[in-house]
Design a protein around this ligand. Structure first.
Ligand SMILES: *[C@@H]1O[C@H](CO)[C@@H](O)[C@H](O)[C@H]1NC(C)=O
Ligand SMILES: *[C@@H]1O[C@H](CO)[C@@H](O)[C@H](O)[C@H]1NC(C)=O
Ligand SMILES: *[C@@H]1O[C@H](CO)[C@@H](O)[C@H](O)[C@H]1NC(C)=O
Length: 351
């Protein structure tokens, strides 16, 4: 792959004061304390709707990043605000880091619907995409029960289609098909994912750690929703969703999941489940009678919704070896791409 990275990221850091010159701007903007780790950043661009940054829209900032970057990261710092745009990182733009001001401060909102392939507020087709402290919203029927309820339709907030991508403290808010975790190895940590129907779906190979799953099932008027619709389609495929140390909260009623494809694989591990989870837990949907193909499992979960006494009889019991395989970070981090992520605070922002 020829990345000049991965070396020394965990070595001792020597702090130094640096002044970063923003490429396109004549003025110099002090970035504050930074470190040798600032070599994570090839560029830092500021998005500010009031015109005091490099760009007013997020998409303009993405468009300004040269294609085929080999790293380090091109950071786009997005000031607090509600950005009404549909944004896309194309497949040829790896190493874009979208940094918001906070999960409850920087919002990207769009309200397309009908088709899962065109409705996403945020689409990433590139590998090495990283986003932190930003919330992606599809506002179609969301917030639910705002008095203007329209027919239930797929309305995607984010479509994550590239490999080796991560999301820290991000929000994904919608009602149906909120987060299309479509393809590749992904890490979601400290994120909030909200919806009622199939709202985490696709064939991603993902670990969700310390995330809040917020069920808005009341919008279904007594119907039972589905958190996941995983799409593993063959028994040798490596993908699957692993929820580790997460929390399921909300209102209404929900299944933990139903299969989108024949060999769907989902594990809830050491997760707290409120009573929104129905006792039977899972639905076999189109796989009725072929449930043996599915890998739907729970291990070490707690809370009122986690009682497995009345679960479907085909709930899988995983071997210790499989549990370790799925919950170890190596499930997604082979061969170590995550060491390139600027997961620690690394000053991609103006002070
Ligand atoms: C379960 O999760 C809690 C945090 O929510 C953590 O402290 C604990 O170590 C975890 N237990 C196992 C067995 O992973
Ligand atoms: C689990 O559910 C069963 C059947 O509903 C009930 O008898 C049992 O007490 C429950 N266990 C716990 C720990 O709540
Ligand atoms: C996780 O996987 C790595 C790499 O395969 C291994 O070195 C480590 O011991 C594993 N951790 C656990 C807790 O099994």
């Amino acid at each position: 792959m020829g990345f000049g990275l991965g070396l020394g990221f965990h070595q001792k850091i020597i702090f130094a004061f640096l002044v970063v010159f923003l490429g396109s701007s004549k003025s110099t903007l002090p970035i504050g304390i930074t470190s040798r780790r600032s070599n994570y950043y090839k560029s830092i661009k500021i998005v500010d709707p009031s015109g005091h940054g490099n760009f007013r829209t997020i998409q303009e900032a993405i468009d300004s990043v040269p294609p085929y970057s080999q790293g380090p990261w091109n950071c786009i710092y997005i000031k607090p605000g509600i950005y009404r745009e549909q944004i896309k990182i194309p497949y040829n733009k790896p190493f874009i880091y979208l940094k918001g001001a906070g999960k409850k401060k920087t919002f990207v909102v769009w309200d397309a619907h009908d088709s899962i392939s065109t409705s996403a507020t945020f689409t990433s087709d590139a590998q090495y995409t990283f986003a932190k402290s930003i919330t992606f919203v599809n506002s179609y029927n969301n917030p639910a029960g705002d008095g203007k309820k329209r027919p239930m339709k797929a309305a995607v907030a984010a479509l994550i289609n590239g490999d080796k991508s991560a999301f820290d403290r991000c929000g994904f808010l919608g009602l149906q098909d909120t987060l299309w975790d479509a393809n590749g190895r992904h890490y979601f940590t400290r994120c909030t994912i909200q919806g009622a129907v199939d709202f985490i779906f696709g064939a991603g190979q993902s670990i969700y750690q310390d995330c809040t799953i917020s069920v808005t099932g009341r919008a279904l008027n007594g119907g039972i929703g589905f958190i996941t619709a995983q799409a593993r389609s063959g028994q040798w495929e490596s993908n699957g969703f692993v929820f580790k140390e997460c929390r399921i909260v909300g209102n209404g009623q929900t299944y933990l999941g139903r299969p989108w494809r024949d060999y769907a694989r989902v594990l809830f591990y050491n997760t707290t489940m409120s009573r929104v989870v129905v006792p039977q837990g899972w639905d076999s949907w189109l796989l009725f009678g072929r449930e043996n193909r599915l890998t739907f499992a729970e291990y070490g979960c707690h809370g009122e919704g986690a009682n497995t006494t009345r679960r479907v009889p085909w709930l899988k019991t995983l071997s210790k070896r499989t549990l370790t395989h799925l919950t170890n970070i190596s499930f997604i981090d082979d061969p170590g791409w995550m060491s390139m992520l600027p997961l620690k605070p690394l000053h991609c922002r103006l002070n």
